[in-house]
Ligand binder design. Structure first.
Ligand SMILES: [Fe+2]
Length: 443
């Protein structure tokens, strides 16, 4: 038996009027320009494709040089290439010098770890992205998106290889309508498609939008030309707990606030050297925090194995923490009593209470027990690392966030909370007693 829960969408203006102002102004599908000679992303991408063995001159004619069967592999390679240090330096500078001032953001900011590079061929009508919003994909209200096409799609005839978008206020109405009327993908394409407009941009310009904007290709590319574009998200620290399922530092990386800081970090020694301290590595799995409560231990373990294999580390043992003991006695035992390194799922598996957590991290550092945080690819080896880990926890307001880390701020989370709270209350106050008095046997 389920109760009817009346739902109202949670919107930015309910949370913070400045966030709402920003989303409905600078980030309401606005086109901004940037100097392409200083930030030649399109040329960098073209050169990476050429390095892969395909002598592409004009990205619009990519499909005439690269076989369609190779395109997906090249796309994934390009996404991965965006994590190369030279690209990150270029992108971080772009964020500091263009996006922060033009988007009126406040530092510190975090940027998506891997950019999405997309190649939309004119020869594959089945492979396009339906209209959607970021919120519907688990992103949070405070996250911002940028779309940068690397071919010019400003002409009307380029419509089907451009991206389509709907202004924020109309998008909110249309998403509400789609949820209330349980629209199919086909119906969403039809109903939403009537309100979209073509984003007209090219190298040197890009579109700023939010997680509430309906956008997407929405239709096959029939222009006879390829579209290559990049998109990514950015988040301000002041709203670090409003990022839905895409929490730092797994998805978002904090970027240095200045060029000088960037330069200093580029000179630090390679991590792999620091990891070799002669100690054994013990896996620590637990469900003792709000963020890890519902993450099955076997999935945590898969992530840990994947991590140690990539880093060339050994796994020597595994310990669990104790259910219902939120003070994490097993983790304390590993940190204080054993001389071993710890491989754990996430910084969000650390105690939520700040003083306890600080004491634990400082103890591990003093004792020379390296702690690996797999989900975030963070490690505690040096005092600098401790500062970085604290920065990430501070960014996401860990332990004092407005919602448990990892839940989207949406109607659905509200509905689930209400349902669980109601069933728990019934169990505790009536169901349990009724079951006992009616003589229901257990076991
Ligand atoms: Fe999208």
């Amino acid at each position: 038996m389920s109760e009817t829960v009346s739902l109202e969408p949670i919107q930015a203006h309910e949370i913070d009027s400045e966030l709402e102002r920003s989303l409905t102004h600078e980030w309401d599908a606005q086109i901004i320009t940037y100097p392409n000679d200083l930030f030649p992303f399109n040329e960098w991408i073209r050169d990476r494709i050429r390095l892969a063995g395909y002598p592409v001159e004009d990205l619009s004619y990519f499909h005439e040089v690269v076989p369609a069967s190779e395109t997906y592999r090249i796309t994934k390679q390009l996404c991965s290439d965006t994590n190369l240090p030279e690209f990150r330096r270029l992108l971080n500078r772009f964020v500091r010098e263009v996006v922060v001032p033009k988007g009126k953001l406040r530092q510190p900011v975090a940027v998506q770890r891997f950019m999405n590079v997309r190649i939309m061929l004119p020869t594959t009508p089945e492979l396009f992205f339906p209209l959607h919003t970021g919120l519907l994909y688990g992103h949070g209200v405070a996250s911002r998106s940028l779309w940068l096409p690397f071919v010019d799609v400003t002409a009307d005839e380029d419509k089907t290889r451009a991206m389509q978008i709907i202004p924020i206020k109309k998008s909110r109405e249309l998403v509400r309508y789609a949820i209330d009327h349980k629209l199919t993908m086909q119906q969403m394409t039809e109903v939403w498609g009537k309100h979209t407009h073509q984003i007209k941009a090219g190298p040197g310009s890009c579109c700023l939008f939010s997680q509430e904007h309906i956008h997407g290709s929405g239709m096959p590319n029939t222009t006879g030309k390829t579209r290559i574009s990049m998109d990514f998200r950015i988040a301000e620290a002041m709203y670090g707990d409003l990022l839905g399922r895409k929490i730092p530092a797994g998805y978002f990386h904090l970027i240095p606030n200045t060029e000088e800081e960037e330069e200093r970090l580029a000179r630090t020694p390679p991590r792999e050297v620091q990891f070799k301290n002669g100690k054994q590595n013990i896996f620590y799995v637990a469900n003792n925090t709000a963020a890890t409560y519902s993450i099955p231990v076997h999935l945590q373990r898969y992530m840990m194995y994947d991590y140690i294999n990539k880093k060339g580390l050994s796994c020597d043992y595994e310990l669990f923490d104790l259910e219902d003991m939120l003070h994490c006695p097993t983790l304390w035992h590993l940190v204080e009593d054993r001389s071993a390194n710890i491989v754990m799922y996430s910084i969000f598996a650390l105690p939520e209470e700040q003083a306890e957590r600080d004491r634990m991290l400082e103890t591990a550092l003093q004792r020379g027990n390296i702690v690996h945080f797999v989900n975030e690819d963070l490690q505690l080896v040096t005092a600098d690392d401790l500062a970085t880990i604290r920065n990430y926890l501070e960014f996401s307001r860990y332990g004092r966030s407005r919602l448990p880390m990892g839940l989207p701020f949406s109607d659905l989370s509200r509905a689930y909370f209400d349902r669980w709270a109601a069933s728990l209350a019934r169990y505790q106050h009536t169901g349990n007693r009724d079951a006992a008095s009616s003589g229901d046997a257990i076991g």
